[in-house]
Design a protein around this ligand. Structure first.
Ligand code: BES
Ligand code: ZN
Length: 643
């Protein structure tokens, strides 16, 4: 990839600024990155080749390819270790090549190989040096006829995919909990495998737990299974390894429709089922647009609040944060998003992490279409505008190289690429295609795309080739309106793209400026009727002109400090820190010591870290919060608070 060429262009570019923020009176075409005009960067498109090599894996699937993983693991809650075996079925491509696997922090006691699954022979194996990001390569020389390799191992104390929770960190407070988070490259910290999204595998598992706990996985459950500490699973569809997931705890199930349901701790499950009961409608909405759901069931698992993400699209079983249980379904775009991954991501998968926008950009676009079908255009528009505003804010903090969809992640942690750029810039690219070619044509294109590439892992280059062949090349005049090279290989936003407009927000914006100017009284704000999205928008509008006394007025009238809506709480508390609104201090500490979802708490630590006093406070709160945080959250917060 000609990254040198791309880099040379970056010198001339800037991050995009305030003018990209959504303003109702500025809707339509925006010259967001007009400063890019006149800078000549020769086309880099030819450099987006179809290279499937994954720089984040030691595996050499072109020599030996893992096809199936059979797990036999016991969860030891006392030692906080998963222990047992992984048996890998191999396709031998190059006769005498060894098997190369990814591992991180595993203690490996023994490796065996077999050609028939009955007779096993001990194999020599070698664990290479541990890289901070990639972990260590496990190399196993293979006898001529061997098609199976069995690794005996235990997970390490710092396994980045695992969070072991004490009973106190659960809703029930009586039993411990364990969950995994394998995306992007953390599967290797609990399973020795070829941890590359280009190596699709099926899997089966036998999981042993203390008998009072229930285990669930991103797979089919044994239909006869009862809660007895002995569980069997299998996933018949080939998936990327980052989609293997396990959770163990005091879990109850409540069905929502024939093929959807919710798992959660007993005290949470009814609330969760009520919040998510539009899931079946959402499934029908995507199916009507992009073809049948290919994974039989779609269930959700609501985790304890330390879960570091909003949601994770584990096949057949989305993992979700409890912070979306607002009581009014206002945050269920998350379900739309994770469900959409059943097409974009799980069915058609990014082949390497630099193609991550193929997963997330497509998914945000699909999420929008689901929200529009299920909740109407107004809601979908509001959600889109808020996300674009967030992208614009985040872009200001990102180096130009990190504003690129086809990002260069060589030598970096792929989680670093998980900004709003692949999500929101990616979806805006698809939105421009939709608007240029028309919805009907674009829908047909996407349907074809999901069918053509189903159960495959593809690169940005594969997508570009398909796009040319099936959309662009037939209509050169329309294609000329799409700055493809700019979308994929340049920082910032292409100039002149049409951004969405929200009528509802135009009203909120007017009220916000009236309220700041004191021509609109606090009591006259129709805010009791505002949706979550309108609140988020209002707070962003008034943010630059607030002070502690204005915050007091809002709080007295609308009780923002005590709102149950975690996505309003986060921006509210950011403002409380900024304007030293002391009445929210207790809530701030409570929020930071219970919620572990990175996207909600990072803005708070970031704001605190801006002043010496705030930073002291942040460190004190963090010291209390840390034992309850996931390893990924610990890493993210420590980056923000480091001296
Ligand atoms: N697949 C992601 C979560 C993820 C990304 C985990 C990268 C690890 C590395 C998931 O689908 C996601 O995007 N979650 C969002 C949800 C939101 C966009 C609705 C989140 O967690 O905030
Ligand atoms: Zn996603």
């Amino acid at each position: 990839m000609g990254s040198g060429k791309v880099r040379r262009c970056l010198r001339y570019t800037k991050k995009f600024g305030d003018d990209f923020l959504h303003k109702p009176y500025l809707c339509g075409a925006l010259a967001a990155a007009s400063f890019l005009a006149g800078v000549s960067c020769r086309s880099t498109m030819k450099n987006i080749d179809e290279d499937h090599r994954d720089s984040h894996s030691y595996a050499r699937p072109e020599e030996v390819r893992v096809r199936h993983v059979e797990l036999d693991l016991e969860a030891d809650f006392a030692q906080k270790v998963l222990r047992g075996t992984a048996t890998l079925s191999l396709k031998r491509v190059v006769a005498d090549a060894p098997l190369r696997l990814d591992t991180e922090g595993l203690s490996i006691s023994r490796v065996e190989t077999s050609q028939n699954g009955r007779d096993w022979a001990d194999a020599k194996f070698e664990l290479g040096p541990a890289d901070k990001i990639l972990g260590a390569a496990l190399t196993v020389p293979l006898p001529a006829e061997a098609t199976l390799a069995r690794v005996h191992y235990g997970t390490g104390p710092k396994a980045s995919a695992l969070q072991w929770l004490e009973p106190a960190q659960t809703a029930g407070k009586k039993l411990p909990f364990l969950f995994t988070q394998s995306e992007a490259i953390h599967a290797r910290s609990w399973i020795p495998l070829q941890d590359s999204p280009g190596v699709r595998i099926t899997y089966s598992a036998h999981i042993k737990t203390p008998k009072e706990l229930m285990a669930v996985m991103s797979a089919e459950q044994d239909p006869q299974g009862t809660r007895d500490g002995d569980y069997f699973f299998r996933l018949r569809q080939p998936v990327a390894p980052y989609l293997i997931a396990l959770a163990i705890g005091d879990l109850a199930f409540q069905p929502m429709s024939e093929r959807t349901g919710v798992w959660a701790e007993p005290s949470v499950v009814a609330k969760a089922a009520a919040e998510f009961n539009d899931t079946e409608k959402m499934m029908q909405a995507v199916e009507s647009l992009y073809g049948p759901y290919q994974w039989e069931r779609y269930d959700l698992l609501v985790l304890p609040p330390s879960f570091p993400y909003g949601g994770m699209e584990n096949p057949k079983l989305t993992f979700a944060t409890p912070t979306v249980l607002a009581g009014d379904k206002s945050l269920v775009a998350l379900v739309a998003h994770e469900l959409a991954h059943s097409w974009s991501g799980n069915l058609v998968t990014n082949a390497t992490w630099r193609d991550f926008w193929l997963n997330e950009g497509f998914t945000v676009y699909l999420e929008r279409r689901i929200q529009e079908k299920v909740f109407g255009q107004q809601r979908a528009e509001m959600e889109e505008v808020n996300e674009i505003n967030e992208l614009s804010e985040e872009m200001k903090r990102l180096a130009p190289a990190d504003q690129i969809l086809h990002i260069d992640l060589n030598g970096r942690d792929p989680d670093d690429g998980s900004t709003l750029v692949p999500y929101v810039k990616g979806s805006l690219f698809l939105r421009q295609l939709e608007q240029t070619f028309g919805r009907d044509r674009f829908d047909e294109f996407l349907r074809g795309y999901f069918t053509h590439f189903q159960f495959q892992s593809i690169t940005t280059g594969d997508f570009v080739a398909y796009l040319h062949k099936n959309l662009l090349d037939a209509s050169p005049e329309l294609a000329a309106k799409i700055p493809l090279d700019e979308w994929l290989t340049k920082p910032g936003m292409p100039s002149g793209i049409a951004l969405p407009h929200s009528e509802a927000f135009a009203k909120v914006a007017q009220l916000a400026s009236g309220w700041i100017a004191r021509s609109v009284k606090t009591a006259a704000l129709p805010a009791k009727a505002w949706s979550t999205q309108e609140w988020v928008y209002f707070l962003r509008e008034v943010a630059p002109k607030l002070d502690a006394s204005k915050m007091r007025d809002l709080d007295d009238a609308f009780h923002l400090t005590t709102t149950a809506n975690a996505e309003v709480t986060s921006p509210w508390l950011v403002l409380a820190v900024r304007y030293q609104y002391a009445a929210a201090s207790t809530r701030l500490e409570e929020y930071l010591t219970t919620v572990g979802r990175m996207r909600l708490i990072e803005p708070l630590y970031r704001e605190l870290a801006k002043t010496a006093d705030g930073k002291k406070k942040a460190l004190a709160i963090y010291a209390k919060a840390k034992p309850g945080y996931h390893p990924l959250t610990v890493g993210a917060v420590e980056t923000l608070l480091k001296p």
